[in-house]
Design a protein. Structure first.
Length: 395
């Protein structure tokens, strides 16, 4: 239990996206004392509200797969309160990636993840509209699917509030306050200071600017992520999420009858300014997405794009998150989710609570050292032992 003086907080969380809210929920549930979350705008108004919400445990990095698996159970418990639709998840790979596919599935199965290799016949039953002949192998997770970032974050918020956490909107943190190598609180725009012996920064891309004056480098870049909503022109029936690691796209059902499509080609990223990024895709993005879609779904001849938008991923050099203590005692960071942050968000809250309460992960299979910030300084990037050629997104 963290001791607190009158009116001080035990823990302050900066940022009311899905990660900050999950952390607030987990800390409040552990009874660490008064928890306050400060959000500069509205809860879940950042990248969380733009998430495609794909849920899968298909990672080569063991700790990440374990984080995703731990999260599935929590999303199942939330169910429709998180907009969670357990439609299943299929990943298809080309010939050069079949060895990696088998190795990754074996790692996932050893963690207890429900996943199996499936053949073309089973894949065609799941996705009858797709051209499948250029895939050489598939894996299927029946407990995968997709959820709604905004709804999931709001569920975490209401659970955190019920457990006693204070969530303040329209409260921007101007700077972090520290003394003699220890965090002591945060300063707001009006000059007031809220004191706490523990502060968690979960401010997405803006985390770097908050940490930088303390001499802590957080290597983040914002990578544009265009999303397209497609009317398939016919009923598709029940279909799972499809990760196409040949064309480098993902497609999932979207509510009643639509499809949502995003890219997974990180070979030529478009880097943007997170405060001034284009909110719609360019014609080049559109034409690239359409040609991939037409190639993969030749039977959907009446399909048309009905809407599109862009968000950005806050990416680290190894495309993996930072969930970590920092060189300033009592200061923690949860940022750089690199496009994985929805599916692991329930476990992010639990891992941060473990770090704050016990100093290390309490969950089998999740090694907190994997997500440390210092891995970038120590030049030990978190990489899959069985990476997919040309499809780095899977990690
Ligand atoms: C288009 C797109 C598709 C995606 N698809 C998937 C997917 O299919 N599956 C998956 O797992 N992940 C996906 N992701 C990734 C996932 O959505 C993100 O990793 C996750 O939402 C990040 O949450 P966050 O809380 O870190 O950031 P955010 O939601 O951006 O929240 C950060 C919050 O901090 C606040 N803030 C910033 N500065 C301050 C300050 N100084 N003071 C107070 N508050 C501050 C911001 O206002 C914001 O609300 C996708 C992301 C995008 C953009």
């Amino acid at each position: 239990m963290v001791a607190v003086a009158e009116q001080d907080r035990a823990v302050i969380i900066v940022g009311g996206g899905i990660e900050g809210l999950s952390i607030a929920r987990a800390l409040a549930a552990r009874g660490v004392g008064p928890v306050t979350l400060l959000e500069r705008a509205h809860l879940a108004s950042g990248m969380t509200s733009k998430s495609s919400g794909v849920v899968r445990c298909h990672y080569g990095v063991e700790s990440l797969a374990a984080m995703a698996w731990r999260s599935v159970g929590i999303l199942e418990d939330l169910g429709m309160a998180a907009g969670f639709r357990q439609v299943g998840y299929v990943v298809g790979v080309g010939e050069q990636n079949t060895v990696a596919l088998k190795a990754n599935v074996a790692t996932q199965q050893a963690l207890g993840i429900e996943v199996e290799l499936i053949d073309h016949g089973k894949a065609a039953e799941l996705w009858p509209h797709a051209k499948l002949d250029d895939f050489a192998g598939f894996a299927y997770e029946p407990r995968g699917g997709y959820g709604d970032g905004y709804q999931t974050a709001q569920s975490f918020a209401s659970q955190a509030k019920d457990l006693g956490a204070e969530l303040r909107r329209k409260t921007a943190v101007e700077s972090l306050v520290h003394s003699a190598g220890e965090i002591t609180g945060v300063a707001l725009a009006d000059g007031s200071v809220i004191r706490a012996p523990k502060v968690v920064v979960a401010a997405g891309m803006h985390s770097s600017a908050l940490m930088q004056p303390l001499g802590i480098a957080v290597p983040l870049r914002a990578q544009l992520a265009p999303i397209f909503l497609v009317d398939p022109g016919q009923r598709t029936g029940a279909i799972p999420v499809l990760s196409d690691l040949v064309s480098l796209q993902y497609v999932r059902p979207d509510g009643a009858g639509s499809l949502l499509m995003g890219g997974s080609d990180h070979n030529n990223p478009t880097w943007v300014d997170p405060d001034r990024y284009p909110t719609g895709p360019t014609w080049a993005h559109m034409s690239d997405a359409l040609s991939k879609f037409e190639y993969r779904f030749p039977k959907l001849t009446g399909a048309s794009v009905v809407s599109s938008y862009t968000g950005y991923y806050d990416v680290t050099p190894d495309y993996n998150p930072v969930i970590s203590a920092t060189p300033i005692a009592g200061l923690y960071l949860a940022a750089g989710f690199s496009g994985h942050g929805y599916k692991i968000s329930p476990a992010v809250g639990e891992l941060m609570a473990d770090l704050i309460c016990c100093g290390e992960s309490q969950y089998p299979g999740i090694d907190h050292k994997d997500f440390q910030l210092q891995r970038f300084v120590e030049k030990r990037p978190l990489l899959s032992p069985h990476p997919y050629v040309g499809a780095g997104e899977m990690r």
